[in-house]
Ligand binder design. Structure first.
Ligand code: AMP
Ligand code: MG
Length: 474
């Protein structure tokens, strides 16, 4: 354990076209909200060394090389050739105790060359939401960026109203997005694209370094990672809310938590984001959107896939068309675990779909239904489905106790429920009370264990709000 941060900034060593150096803009009166001590230790950082000044960018750790990354992206289907880190500054990378390279980034630390008309800042509410939800996802074992610390700035940010400002320190396998590739592809900047491909393979997919067609192998790996990720989202009722190509990480981590939310009652068309007018990013659309985004990714690689453009397009198209089958494998495997199956039968997908259908009709609570089944309870609203399930279980080798233990290890009792997230944010923003944030974070850190006294966190809202909306938090 060292008091300093052992930076090794590989992105800063890439061609200068990939980023712009930029310093954080100091703020008035920083105050720490929280340091994630376990994560700090994982990164080889002494948590006691993480001060409020570091958390907002008023002080820079030795060895950092602050920069804003360039990227483009399709936002709600429309291509924007230049987005980039408008309010995020990458401090650098560390190699953690398990040998994994991790980015350390400040989100909300002031304007960058990519800020356009934005102020480069973040409001306290969205910072707390991202901290809490990303850590809850991690605790469920879902690939995600992490939260290392959060601090208030002592300054206001101006959105619809004046709000307290804050900065989140985010940790990621990398912040490289589909949109990063798009930035160079649209500029036909082959040298930068080649450097990016080499970097991403070296960093995230070293096993394909010797592949005959590296671009194709990369496409396959990124597709696999996204299929696995989106299946995990769907299996925990998570709605990302803004699956733009600039918010899709090529490492396969959940990234850029904005108007995200967990659904209470199971309803596939659920949309929470106030900016998602047409429900493009509704719960059930997420696998299809992932495929659409991957097609955009494949387009950036066409020139590398094959010298012959026609053949490149044919190859990429065949891969993208195979995504639904790839996703379906992850979908059925994950849901099998959720209903306690260790064996595989052809009828399993239909059995799972029958459960979801009856849940939808009953507007059953998504999290609670699976948790009850894991506790050996039979929710009455499931009608005749439990009988079908028991018939299938009779052909599964596991005994009932083992089965329920397995089910409890994949069906969380506690997810970040919207009504509680909102109450947590309101307490912090309106009353400077961070007690609910700390308590909720604690409960969500062991989501699969029954926690006496935490019953309120397991229950759906008393009156579910069909008009519930989350705001983007920019
Ligand atoms: P997001 O919706 O957070 O994924 O951001 C989309 C784009 O807008 C990215 O390029 C962000 O860097 C940029 N952006 C969002 N909020 C701000 C802000 N307050 N100031 C500057 N840029 C921003
Ligand atoms: Mg984003």
């Amino acid at each position: 354990m060292t008091a300093t941060i052992a930076f090794d900034n590989s992105y800063a060593r890439l061609p200068g076209s990939l980023f712009r150096p930029v310093l954080p803009t100091p703020v008035e009166a920083p105050r720490l909200i929280r340091v994630n001590e376990g994560l700090a230790r994982e990164l080889g950082i002494d948590p006691a060394a993480l001060t409020a000044d570091l958390a907002v960018g008023n002080a820079l750790p030795d060895g950092s090389a602050p920069l804003a990354q360039a990227y483009a992206g399709h936002q709600f289907g429309h291509f924007v050739p230049q987005l980039g880190d408008g309010r995020a500054i990458l401090l650098g990378e560390v190699v953690d105790r398990l040998g994994r390279r991790r980015d350390i980034q400040l989100k909300g630390a002031g304007p960058t060359p990519f800020s356009r008309r934005g102020d480069g800042r973040a409001a306290l509410g969205p910072v707390l939401r991202e901290y809490l939800v990303s850590e809850a996802m991690h605790a469920q074992g879902i690939p995600t960026t992490r939260a290392l610390m959060a601090a208030t700035t002592g300054e206001k940010v101006y959105r619809e109203a004046a709000l307290p400002g804050a900065v989140l320190t985010r940790v990621a396998a990398s912040h490289i997005r589909v949109g990063t590739f798009q930035f160079f592809a649209v500029r036909q900047d082959r040298d930068s694209l080649d450097a990016l491909v080499a970097h991403v393979i070296d960093r995230h997919y070293p096993a394909i370094a010797g592949a005959e067609n590296r671009a194709l192998a990369l496409l396959d790996r990124v597709m696999e990672a996204q299929a696995a990720l989106v299946a995990r989202w769907v299996q925990t009722g998570f709605i990302h809310g803004v699956m733009n190509t600039d918010n899709m990480s090529v490492s396969g981590e959940t990234i850029d938590y904005g108007p995200c939310a967990f659904m209470d009652a199971y309803y596939p068309e659920t949309v929470f984001s106030s900016i998602d007018e047409y429900g493009r990013y509704a719960y059930a659309n997420q696998p299809g959107i992932a495929q659409w985004n991957l097609a955009r990714f494949a387009e950036t690689l066409l020139g590398l896939l094959d010298e012959d453009r026609g053949r490149a397009i044919a190859t990429a198209t065949a891969r993208i068309e195979a995504f639904p089958a790839l996703y379906a494998r992850h979908w059925v495997a994950g849901f099998r675990r959720k209903i306690g199956l260790t064996s595989e039968e052809d009828g399993d997908a239909a059995l799972i779909q029958a459960l979801l259908d009856v849940m939808q009709q009953a507007r059953a609570d998504f999290t609670l239904t699976f948790r009850r089944l894991s506790l050996g309870e039979t929710p009455p609203e499931l009608g005749g489905w439990p009988d079908l399930w028991r018939q299938r279980l009779a052909r599964d080798p596991q005994g009932p106790e083992q089965r329920l233990a397995l089910m409890r290890s994949v069906n969380p009792a506690y997810v970040p429920r919207n009504h509680l997230v909102e109450a947590m944010i309101a307490a912090a923003v309106e009353s400077q009370d961070f007690g609910p944030f700390a308590e909720m974070l604690h409960v969500l850190s062991t989501p699969y264990e029954e926690q006496p006294g935490a019953e309120a966190y397991a229950m759906p809202p008393i009156a579910p709000d069909p008009a519930y909306r989350t705001f983007c938090g920019t």
